[in-house]
Design a protein around this ligand. Structure first.
Ligand code: PEP
Ligand code: MN
Length: 348
C-alpha cells in the first residue's frame, strides 16, 4: 500500500508513521516529493489501512492495485536513477552501452571498446556466457572472455555489462562486471532473479521474448524484493507474426513502462531489428519515446562476428549514429551523455 502524507506533515509525524509500519513488520520506502511525502509499504502480511489512516499527518492510505508493488510508480513516484560512479542511468542524460555480442579475442574486444568509447558510449557490453538457440553454436569464452572484457573496459575507462545465465555464474561474473545482464530467455528464471536480489550490483533485465509488460515488471519485482533496488529494464523486441525483422521492437513499451514504473528503461535496437540497416532508426525512435539509454552491438568487423553478425554495427556507423542521436535527445528534453559538438559537426 501507499501512505500519502499531508502537505504540511512534520518530520516527526512522518518518522512516527514509518516507525509504526516497521513495528508492524512492514518494509517502507520513503519518497519526498516537492509538496508531499509518499511512503511505499510492502510486507509479507496484510495490515488494516485504518490503523495507519488515523495517525497524525496522514492524508490517505491507498492500495497498490498492480500485482508488482516495489516496481510500481505508486510505490515510488520519483524516477529511480542507477548510479555507477559518474554514470547515471535514468537521469537527464541518455546513456549508451555498446560493444560486441560476445567476447571473441583480445584484439576484437579491445578494438570494440576503443571504438565505442571514441564515439561516446559510457558502458562496454559483451557476453562471455551466451544463450544460443543451438547447442552447437559458439557458447562464449567464459572466464577468459570476462577477463578480456574487463581489461578493455578498464583500458578505456568504461563500465562493463555482461550476461549471467545461471545462479552458479553470479560470483564469477561479479568479479568482472559492473552490471549483470539477464537475457530475454532468462527473464522468468525466478531462481536467478531471486539470487540477483541479494547482489550489490545493478541488474539489466531484458524483456522476455513473449513476455507482457506486467510479467516483465513482476520479474523486476523478484530482484527488488530481495533488496536490490538497482534494476534497469531493457526492451529488446518481442516475438510476433512479423518476420521482416528478427523481433518486433515494441516502442510503446517505453512510455508504458515509464507510466507504470519508476525504474529506468533502456532499449536494444540491435536485437529488436536483427539487421544492421535498421539499428540507427530504431535507436532514434527509442530515445524519442523516452528511453534512458541504449544497448547496441558493435563489432570491429561485423561480417566476421561469431554471433549476431547480421545486426552488429561497424565502428564508423556507430559513430555516425551517436553523433546524430544528441539532436533527438535534445528534442525530448534530454542530452546524450557524452555529446560533443565537434562530433556532431563532423557528420552533419
Ligand atoms: C545479447 O544481448 O547478446 C542477447 C543475447 O540478448 P537477448 O537476451 O535480448 O536475446
Ligand atoms: Mn547478441
Amino acid at each position: 500500500m501507499v501512505v500519502v502524507m499531508k502537505e504540511r506533515a512534520t518530520e516527526a509525524q512522518i518518522d512516527k508513521v514509518i516507525a509504526r509500519l516497521i513495528e508492524m513488520g512492514m518494509d517502507v520506502h520513503r519518497s519526498s516529493g516537492a509538496t508531499r511525502t509518499v511512503l511505499g509499504v510492502v510486507g509479507a502480511h496484510k495490515i488494516d489501512p485504518q490503523l495507519i489512516g488515523i495517525l497524525d499527518g496522514v492524508h490517505e492510505v491507498l492500495r497498490i492495485t498492480e500485482p508488482y508493488k516495489r516496481a510500481s510508480r505508486a510505490f515510488k513516484p520519483d524516477d529511480t536513477i542507477v548510479q555507477l560512479d559518474d554514470v547515471r542511468i535514468g537521469g537527464d542524460e541518455v546513456i549508451v552501452m555498446a560493444g560486441p555480442c560476445s567476447a571473441e579475442t583480445d584484439e576484437q574486444v579491445m578494438a570494440s571498446a576503443a571504438a565505442v568509447k571514441r564515439a561516446g558510449a559510457k558502458i562496454l557490453r559483451g557476453g562471455a556466457f551466451k544463450p544460443r538457440s543451438s547447442p552447437y553454436s559458439f557458447q562464449g569464452l567464459g572466464e577468459q572472455g570476462l577477463q578480456m572484457l574487463r581489461r578493455a573496459a578498464d583500458a578505456h575507462n568504461l563500465k562493463l555489462v555482461s550476461e549471467v545465465m545461471d545462479v552458479s555464474q553470479i560470483e564469477l561474473i561479479g568479479k568482472y562486471c559492473d552490471i549483470y545482464q539477464v537475457g530475454a530467455r532468462n527473464m522468468q528464471n525466478y531462481t536467478l532473479l531471486r539470487e540477483l536480489g541479494h547482489v550489490r550490483k545493478p541488474v539489466l533485465l531484458k524483456r522476455g521474448i513473449s513476455a507482457t509488460i506486467e510479467e516483465w515488471l513482476l520479474s523486476a519485482e523478484y530482484i527488488l524484493s530481495g533488496g536490490n533496488n538497482d534494476v534497469i529494464l531493457c526492451e529488446r523486441g518481442i516475438r510476433t507474426f512479423e518476420t521482416a525483422t528478427r523481433n518486433t521492437f515494441d516502442i510503446s513499451a517505453i512510455p508504458v513502462v515509464k507510466k507504470l514504473s519508476h525504474l529506468p528503461i533502456v532499449a536494444d535496437p540491435s536485437h529488436g531489428a536483427g539487421r544492421r540497416d535498421m539499428v540507427a532508426q530504431l535507436a532514434r525512435a527509442a530515445v524519442a519515446a523516452g528511453a534512458d539509454g541504449l544497448l547496441i552491438e558493435v563489432h570491429p568487423c561485423p561480417s566476421e562476428a561469431w554471433c549476431d553478425a547480421d545486426q552488429a554495427l561497424a565502428p564508423d556507423d556507430f559513430a555516425t549514429l551517436m553523433a546524430r542521436l544528441d539532436a533527438v535527445a535534445g528534442a525530448v528534453g534530454r542530452r546524450l551523455a557524452s555529446a560533443s559538438k565537434e562530433r556532431a559537426a563532423a557528420v552533419a
